[in-house]
Design a protein around this ligand. Structure first.
Ligand code: 3HC
Ligand code: NAI
Length: 649
């Protein structure tokens, strides 16, 4: 049974135990309703303490039930019973209290939380809004602007912050349960704040509320749930509680049937499923604690910072003392930035800096458990680095390459022990981007692969396994749709039309603004290299080369696909002239493209390339491709990804 009750004197302890995250399914709702009835019937009881077994308080409603008709007892009814119980309930929160879990805590009279706990209403990220009173109870405890931020923003807040807002009655430095039991013993001496629903809403700064509501509405970019969340909060501020509760439930049930929430549930499970690889079942390796990084440029510095921020010890190897110093400056700059943005506390910052060494002495890597190379994208340079690493590191040290396009099997073949090499393809900036492609060369050992996966987990990355091919999953699909977009330019579209169509579809930015941001020179160098290797396609589009030849390297050069001389991306007639001249040179009659034409083309190319990737076994599941496209290129999450869209249509 997932709910148990123990009585200690005049306190009853209700324990919910539903591993792994204590999600509330039908059985737990029924168990809680039963616990209310049982504790209501206990004589001489002073309070009930509600706590959870395992690593966390309740992580929300059971998402696996979402495809099915809701079964009684319904969560709002159970929570009403807790709120109206004969004696006050005290929630003892550790780990995370999310969604229906926080709503459960809001129905309790008091909340005690461990200092490390996090509280949030992330329903919006699943295409939903809270469905058990969260939007109505929260602004009766915390100011409406903060409530709106939690409901429509979806990000959890730390217990200390929640305590400042009044959401937590007591912050426990030690064990939350112990503190809650002590707290419960004192409830008789406290002023009873009454049931939350009976309290007035708090909206001390309506102008700030409206400004935030506007911002969140604009940011929604076609996603329904943030707009519904704003509407629910507005109702909570204006309607009597019972009416606001009924309207919230109606919106929640409606959103559960919205294709966006089904798509977002697909992504939720896809992101977790992508981390599973059959051959690694039962292979247990510890996460590496001492990591080496070779190359301290854009990627090496980002990878080193990601490892440091995860608490690992990092040694970075560069070619010369000056380059090592430059890498040191880059990494400390990133850590300083994390400190300024409040990502890390000052004391932690100092500890992280102390965990880092930049050097040009290869023997400094002698005790590393994993070394990731991020040197120039050149086969011979990487081959030499791998040979050097094989000579200075112990044989059990796993070696990884961050190559974007080189053949990892061919690189492994140059090594004396190819089983040590795994591909770890990070995305830039590596300390920010959540995705990590784990590239699986033919001869890699289970241990090396599992070590790569353990690192991904330690860094909090979303991992996807990819086979060896040109560009793996992400860059291969990107190359395909980039080429399709270039052909559309030659055929009559403009870069601004392509970008507008993508933004309209839900991408944060279009492909041309993205290229301008990354810099056009890197891809140009790669194209030149490919041309030298005789790998230029017959239908090659020269437009980007012509822009690069004119020094239009993107935002950093002030001009790329767009003109940035005013600071903002402005469509440039000069680029249109270059494009029109290329169409004329190839004898292509230009025709107009609608946004629908453009997106239909982009999607069909992504889906066709995705299908080829699946056929070739480069990805093992269509859902893995969705995870990659969403997390590497901002494909709108609420559509479920290109392969989900293909299968849903
Ligand atoms: N329902 C069902 N399963 C859930 C779940 C949920 N709410 N939350 C997590 N799980 C499962 C995961 O699928 C995973 O299963 P697996 O081991 O089979 O892959 C397992 O629990 C562990 O999850 P994670 O791998 O994500 O573990 P982490 O420790 O990294 O993260 C977490 C834990 C922060 C709780 C994260 O799982 C999470 O964010 N969960 C979703 C929280 C959420 O969105 N809650 C709102 C639900 S909607 C709701 O409550 C509606 C209400 O208003 C009525
Ligand atoms: P970069 O040019 O910024 O940095 C490369 C660094 O490697 C330089 O600092 C150089 O001094 C150092 N280096 C070269 N040879 C070395 C050696 N023998 N020993 C030690 N250090 C050496 O390059 P960037 O952009 O960081 O790329 C590195 C790798 O990461 C490449 O393989 C690239 O394809 C890949 N990558 C790049 C991404 C990007 O967005 N820039 C994204 C994902 C992967």
């Amino acid at each position: 049974m997932s709910i148990s009750i123990a009585r200690e004197g005049d306190i009853a302890r209700v324990t919910l135990d539903n591993p792994p995250v204590n999600a509330l399914g039908q059985a737990q709702r029924e168990g809680l309703a039963d616990a209310v009835a049982q504790t209501n019937a206990m004589d001489g009881l002073r309070a009930v303490v509600l706590h959870c077994a395992g690593r966390s308080f309740v992580a929300g409603a059971d998402i696996r039930e979402f495809g099915k008709p809701p079964e009684p007892p319904h969560l709002p009814d159970v929570l009403a019973q807790i709120e109206g119980a004969r004696v006050p309930w005290v929630a003892a929160i550790h780990g995370t209290a999310l969604g229906g879990g926080l709503e459960l805590a809001l129905a309790c009279r008091y909340r005690v939380a461990a200092r490390g706990a996090k509280l949030g209403l992330p329903e919006v990220t699943l295409g939903l809004i809270p469905g058990a009173g969260g939007t109505v109870r929260l602004p009766r405890i915390v100011p409406a602007t903060q409530a709106l931020q939690m409901v429509a923003g979806g990000k959890p807040v730390a217990a200390a912050q929640a305590a400042e807002w009044g959401l937590i009655d007591h912050l426990a430095d030690g064990d939350a349960l112990e503190a809650a039991v002590q707290f419960a013993a004192t409830v008789a001496k406290r002023r009873d704040p009454g049931p939350v629903l009976a309290r007035p809403v708090q909206n001390p700064d309506p102008a700030a509320f409206d400004a935030l509501a506007d911002r969140l509405t604009k940011r929604a970019r076609g996603q329904h749930s943030p707009i519904e969340a704003v509407a629910a909060l507005r109702r909570a501020l204006t309607l009597p509680a019972p009416e606001a509760m009924a309207a919230e439930r109606e919106a929640f049930l409606r959103l559960r049937d919205d294709p966006q929430s089904k798509a977002l549930a697909h992504v939720f499970f896809a992101e977790r499923g992508a981390a599973r690889l059959d051959r690694l079942k039962g292979v247990a390796v510890p996460a590496p604690e001492r990591v080496g990084v070779v190359g301290g440029g854009t990627m090496g510095a980002g990878i080193a910072s990601a490892c440091l921020l995860a608490g690992l010890r990092v040694t970075l190897l560069e070619q010369t003392a000056d380059a090592a110093q430059a890498a040191q400056d880059r990494v400390t700059g990133i850590l300083q930035d994390s400190l300024s943005r409040g990502v890390i506390a000052p004391d932690r910052h100092a500890a992280l800096v102390a965990q880092f060494t930049a050097t040009h002495d290869p023997t400094a890597l002698a005790d590393a458990q994993l070394v990731i190379e991020a040197v120039f994208e050149d086969f011979d340079v990487k081959k030499a680095v791998l040979a050097q690493l094989e000579s200075v590191t112990p044989p059990e040290c796993v070696l990884a390459t961050n190559t974007s396009y080189l053949d990892v099997n061919a690189l492994a073949a140059t090594m004396s022990d190819p089983s040590r090499l795994v591909g770890l393809h990070f995305f830039s900036p590596a300390h920010v981007m959540k995705l990590l492609e784990i590239v699986v060369p033919d001869g890699v050992s289970d241990t090396a692969l599992a070590t790569g996966a353990a690192l991904a987990k330690a860094l909090g990355k979303i991992m996807v396994f990819a086979g060896v091919c040109d560009g793996f999953i992400a860059n291969r699909i990107m190359s395909a749709y980039r080429a399709a977009c270039e052909h559309m330019l030659e055929a009559g579209a403009t870069p601004w039309e392509v970008d507008a169509a993508m933004v309209d579809f839900g991408f944060p930015m279009g492909i041309y603004q993205m290229q301008d941001l990354a810099g056009l020179d890197i891809a140009w160098a790669m194209r030149k290299r490919r041309a030298a290797e005789g790998k230029r396609p017959a239908d090659y589009v020269r437009i980007p080369d012509i822009l690069c030849e004119a020094g239009r390297f993107g935002r950093k050069a002030g001009r790329g696909w767009y003109d940035y001389t005013t600071g903002k991306p402005v469509p440039d007639p000069e680029v249109e002239r270059v494009i029109a001249a290329e169409s004329a040179r190839k004898g292509i009659a230009r025709r107009p493209f609608t946004a629908e034409d453009i997106m239909a083309r982009i999607l069909s190319v992504m889906q066709a390339e995705g299908a080829a990737i699946l056929r070739e076994g480069i990805a093992s599941r269509a859902a893995d491709i969705d995870v990659v496209m969403i997390n590497a290129f901002g494909f709108p999450r609420w559509t479920g990804g290109p392969m989900y869209l293909r299968d849903a249509s």
